[in-house]
Write a protein that binds this ligand. Structure first.
Ligand code: NAP
Length: 209
């Protein structure tokens, strides 16, 4: 299967591309300044920046190609409607790591027993948006407007704790991404299921699990 990949040289993109190629995908990397030519590709993947992703996705949809997007910090609703009008799919996930999605699922369950929670998300200092898309999605999922604390330091990859406080007890649910290869599991799953999704926008890996 032929893929176009925006951000193939980036930290996340390069790790994901290695795994996609090992899985047999023929990947065409498209870098900043390249013509966004995705003709002949069956899908487009984007791991770029919140500023670049909307234009990349629009260019792909205009060329009739569905998209899988990992870039966080942008609002995909309008392009989801554009995709639906063309009978195409736009799949966006704030976190492509299956472990992180399970962490969110377990947090949702814990929230039914512990109404007070705060979220701590920790990422490498190069991450441009804060709070992270995963933290915002977790907050929405567990409800109650939990406080989100963002830490940006060298040495970190992508980590999140959801801390629940009750009378005389604490429950911490934590996920650590130690290597960016972990995002490829979710991207592979999204590419496999993309054609089965309804046209338009689908958000979150949990909708595929
Ligand atoms: P990064 O290392 O800065 O990589 C971004 C890459 O995109 C760079 O190679 C950059 O090129 C390139 N780029 C920028 N504008 C572009 C354009 N218009 N067309 C093509 N390529 C372009 O950042 P990262 O850590 O890989 O993260 C990338 C994005 O993915 C962020 O939004 C991050 O939050 C997100 N992310 C999501 C997940 C997930 O699971 N959903 C996981 C990891 C990261 P230059 O260096 O030349 O500017």
């Amino acid at each position: 299967m032929k893929l176009a990949f925006f951000g193939a040289e980036g930290k996340a993109g390069s790790a994901v591309v290695r795994r996609l190629e090992a899985a047999g995908y023929d990947v065409r990397g498209i870098e900043l300044g390249d013509e966004p030519d995705v003709a002949g590709c069956e899908a487009v993947v984007d791991f770029t920046t919140p500023e670049a992703a909307p234009a990349n996705v629009r260019a792909a949809l205009e060329q009739g190609v569905s998209c899988v997007v990992g870039t966080t910090g942008w609002e995909p609703a309008e392009l989801g409607a554009f995709a639906a009008g063309k009978g195409l799919r736009l799949f966006v996930a704030p976190n492509f790591s299956i472990g992180a999605v399970l962490m969110m699922r377990f947090a949702r369950e814990a929230a039914t027993h512990f109404p007070r929670a705060e979220i701590v998300e920790l990422h490498n200092e190069a991450k441009k948006d804060a709070p992270s898309g995963t933290a915002r999605a977790t907050a929405e999922l567990i409800g109650g407007g939990p406080e989100i604390h963002s830490v940006r330091l060298p040495g970190l990859v992508a980590h999140q704790e959801v801390i629940f406080g009750g009378e005389g007890q604490l429950l911490t649910i934590r996920h650590d991404t130690t290597g960016r290869e972990s995002f490829a599991d979710g991207v592979l799953l999204a590419l496999e299921k993309l054609g089965d999704l309804p046209p338009g926008l689908t958000v979150g890996l949990e909708s595929l699990l």
